[in-house]
Design a binder for this molecule. Structure first.
Ligand code: HEM
Length: 520
């Protein structure tokens, strides 16, 4: 009887009952949790929007909106915040990603933002370039061993892995000032998988917080708990290594700049602790920052799963280029004409003038947004009017980048990779093109702080690789790795031309498998 009463209430009398959606979603969070588990929640939300329209009740307490107007309402002001469930994701202290208090978030964002401005990216460039060169070195390993082999294709490489190693090494270097070394030393590489596995657990928990009861999550995800522990141990180790750097080395690491900034902020602008003075303070504060950064690092670095962003964008770009000869050739021509040597490939006018390169990156982030899912927000007291619809306080609303980027009335031929749409929307294969619906980095006060850094990594790495190498997809059984399976009955998973994301909050991915040769 109680169950019957609960169902009647959810379907007819609940404050969100007027919004359409699958019956199962109105009653429980099971569907959302299930698709978090099967790593296709972004596709399920997209399919629901195809069926029910731009507003879908996707969980009993959550409405997914798929319009430009709605996401402006949800993400632009201070009438929403991060949902309470995010608190479970932090170890002791809230990270910038989990902070619920909007004022505290603004302060934290200001502090962290100093280390990630485009000027800061210029300062960090020489160190980041070292890692991009290591990446190219790894791709070219084994090539040109004898002059007779010059021009021969190398062994197949799994690009998802190599892109993860690159972005991990860059982030560890600029955040902690120490070396992550995954590109050159295979011994620690399992860490990217650990990050992925632990992210999957976190994502399922966000969607089904009931699993926290009696710590059921630990029983359901035993492997992921140990993966997370290993990852956090690594972060603590990095923090410890970072604290023993010289003063000059510390000045280049974001974590230390943040410490100085944090003190200044807390002391009316007087930086009382410009260096880390005692081991006790160091370990406590740095450990805390380690956890703070663990979320951000996880956001960036992943192998097959999870909180990863730049790496999947990079491997997706290689995927699309390897499958589109005309796009590949146009881009190769732009890069090789623009730069006369790889040393010229760095931030500046020449790189900015590579408009086709930028269009390819933007198109990757549109069709394959690394944060594909809806980053849902909790409505604060007073409620909120979202695209003309009332969502009362305490309930959740969000917009999924994958869904809105695939709206046919915002982007013509949304399932196709067409960089030209960013150059001349009304030109080649022209059709509707609505840049206001483009939200890979989100917009508003919680938008991505690492945008400049991410663009640097993507533009410079792709340019450097194309300057040095030709590449192609392998033949045979691995040719399609990374794309959808045309035999799949699941819309979204059956598009062989679209790089597949495995949604775990950010995303996992595999492939493409490519071969390289020195450019001819
Ligand atoms: C293509 C690459 C990237 C994409 C698509 C991306 C996307 C996003 C998105 C969608 C958010 C909002 C998350 C939320 O509200 O929960 C975010 C936040 C954030 N991102 Fe990125 N990101 C990328 C790369 C980076 C990089 C390289 C960094 C460098 C540290 C970074 C640092 C951050 C930080 C610190 C936040 C939190 C901002 C805040 O809450 O104020 N991101 N990112």
């Amino acid at each position: 009887m109680q169950i019957f009463g609960y169902c009647v209430y959810q379907i007819y009398f609940h404050p969100l009952s007027k919004y359409p959606g699958p019956l199962s979603s109105k009653l429980t969070s099971f569907r959302a949790a299930y698709h978090a588990w099967t790593e296709d929640q972004h596709l399920d939300i997209w399919r629901c929007h195809q069926k029910y329209g731009p507003i879908v009740r996707y969980r009993p307490d959550y409405v997914s909106f798929n319009t430009v107007e709605a996401y402006k309402d949800i993400y632009s002001g201070d009438t929403t915040t991060k949902p309470r469930v995010y608190e479970h994701l932090q170890r002791q202290h809230a990270s910038i990603l989990t902070l619920r208090d909007n004022k505290a978030h603004t302060v934290r964002r200001r502090l962290l933002g100093h280390g990630l401005t485009s000027t800061a990216v210029t300062d960090m460039e020489p160190r980041m370039l070292r890692h991009v060169r290591n990446f190219c070195h790894a791709l070219g390993a084994g090539l040109d061993t004898t002059s007779s082999e010059k021009g021969a294709w190398g062994s197949p490489l799994e690009m998802a892995d190599w892109c993860s190693y690159l972005t991990f090494d860059i982030m560890v270097d600029i955040v902690f000032g120490v070396s992550g070394n995954l590109l050159v030393d295979p011994s620690q590489r399992s860490i990217v998988e650990d990050i992925g596995i632990s992210s999957k657990r976190a994502f399922v928990l966000i969607n089904a917080p009931l699993l926290y009861l009696g710590r059921m999550d630990r029983k359901l995800f035993p492997g992921s708990v140990s993966s997370r522990r290993r990852f956090l141990r690594l972060v603590d180790e990095l923090v410890a290594r970072s604290t023993s750097l010289s003063a000059e080395e510390k000045s280049r690491a974001i974590v230390h700049r943040l410490l100085a900034g944090r003190d200044a902020e807390a002391n009316g602008g007087i930086p009382v602790m410009q260096s880390l003075v005692s081991d006790a303070t160091t370990l406590t504060v740095a450990g805390m920052l380690g956890h703070h950064f663990s979320t951000n690092l996880a956001l960036i670095n992943h192998t097959t799963t999870g909180f990863d962003t730049t790496a999947p964008a990079l491997s997706a770009t290689f995927f699309y280029l390897s499958r589109s000869p005309s796009i590949y050739n146009r881009l190769v021509t732009e890069i090789r004409q623009r730069f006369s040597s790889p040393d010229e490939i760095k931030q500046g006018e020449l790189l900015n003038s590579c408009t086709y390169l930028r269009a390819c990156i933007d198109e990757t982030l549109r069709i394959t947004p690394p944060v594909a899912t809806a980053l849902f927000r909790e409505v604060l007291p007073g409620g909120e009017l979202i695209d003309g619809h009332v969502v009362p306080a305490g309930y959740h609303a969000g917009t999924s980048a994958y869904s809105i980027h695939h709206r046919v009335d915002y982007f013509h031929l949304p399932k196709e990779y067409i960089p030209e749409r960013w150059l001349n929307p009304s030109g080649t294969r022209g059709g509707v093109h609505n840049p206001a619906a483009y939200i890979p980095f989100l917009r508003g006060p919680r938008s991505c702080l690492g945008r400049s850094l991410a663009y640097w990594e993507l533009l410079v790495t792709v340019a450097m690789v194309l300057w040095e190498f030709d590449f192609r997809a392998v033949d045979g059984s691995e040719a399609g790795v990374g794309g959808g399976d045309s035999m799949s009955s699941m819309p979204g998973r059956n598009n062989s031309g679209e790089y597949q994301l495995f949604d775990r909050g950010t995303c996992g991915r595999v492939g493409p498998v490519l071969q390289f040769r020195r450019r001819i």
